[in-house]
Write a protein that binds this ligand. Sequence first.
Ligand code: ADP
Length: 479
Amino acid sequence: MLIDGELVGSVSGKCFETWNPATGEVLAQVAEAGREDIDRAVGAARKAFQGVWRKTKPSDRQRLLLRLADLIERNVDELALLEVLDSGMPISLARSSLIPRAAEQVRYYAGWATKINGETIDNSAPGDFFTYTLREPVGVVGAIVPWNSPFVIAIWKLAPALAAGCTVVLKPAEQTPLTALRLGELVLEAGFPSGVVNICPGFGGEAGAALAEHPDVDKIAFTGSYKTGQSIVRASASNLKRVSLELGGKSPDIVFADADLDRAIPGTAWAMFRLSGQICCGGSRLFVEQKIYDRFLSKLSDFSASIKVGNGLNPTSEMGPLISSEQFRRVSGYIQSGLEQGAKLVCGGERLLTGDLRNGYFMPPTVFEHVKPHNKIAQEEIFGPVICVIPFKEIDEVIALSNNTTYGLAGGVWTQNVQKAHAIAKALQSGVVWVNCFNVMDPAVPFGGYKMSGYGRDSGADALEQYTQVKAVWVNVGS
Ligand code: ADP
């Protein structure tokens, strides 16, 4: 792990194994952070925050971030390979989209480092006072991230935190520590001062909980399940640390009869099947207008069945395995529950066991129809490649159905009618709405949820603000 500028083992000497989900093979033994390691990392981050990093000029923070972005780009092949081995995602996605996007995210926030300002404020208090605000970094940030898109999500937290002048302790998910560790080496190569970035792989209940409870951590930036989000909120009460949470989703994706089906069919399929459905904003509830329901379903089924599932290292694979046997059991359990509650499988639903796929956790694209809105598969987050197709007749009906969930991360609508598109965009109770597209993201555009999908945002100026706090200064200038 990376603590105070050095690559070290854990205090206890303990290690854990990380596996390739496509083959079940052990990839590496990784140092396992326990409470003492988290304590050391937080101590180093505190020292750096109050010392060297506080004194670093914004332009120097910018330069360091730009250097890190260049290093990510220079090492894109290796980072993509590590990400594929550890998480199972297709190499095409990692190599040409996710890792390059992480470099862009770092560059975007490098630009912000020199543009963080307070304000001067005209006040009406009796007397003569000059008032202004200082926008200051919140301090030591604990970033706790998941395994579905490990590198990009780590960067989502790290880049704005560093731009704002915070220091960081990053805890990657126990399933996918490898790209975070390589990031640690790149941070050193970029020349960040010791202690500014610390990276501690370990388990959620131990290292994650230690970070969330730690009295010297000022903020937790988290992406993961809502249950873990709730424990983090409880743990944060000890010192009232700030928390931002990007949690699960059960996103609606709405197709009107006037949609361009050549775009909507692949669009709605990939809205859910990207990353094998292990994507928090996935379009898992697909509402299709009754008039085109049969035609749409048959085309969606053909398209889904044509998606190439395989080892992510194979350049032709479009969808990889699920992350673990545990996740596979969870997804299979939901498929079983769908069948028991009367839903009908249109395609997929059974483990792929042919040839090389036998040792991995491969579930093909799965589409259900005859799903009732109250069924478990239409209410709970499956985090696997499963779409529930539900017909609708009226716009008000589909708005009510779409919002009938405790989540509120994202939603999509496919239509060529501009009034309908805007009406849906306004009516959906979610932090993101995609019109005639899905899963499009950019460093400048905020991403995050309403309702139980969490609070706070990743990306954009909104995310940056969460790593800062405002101080009001009153100067008595009266004679
Ligand atoms: P998933 O169920 O998708 O694995 P989790 O929310 O369990 O999602 O995991 C996301 C991240 O949260 C991981 O880095 C995990 O180690 C961490 N984590 C899990 N439990 C806790 C906890 N109690 N406190 C802090 N972090 C945790």
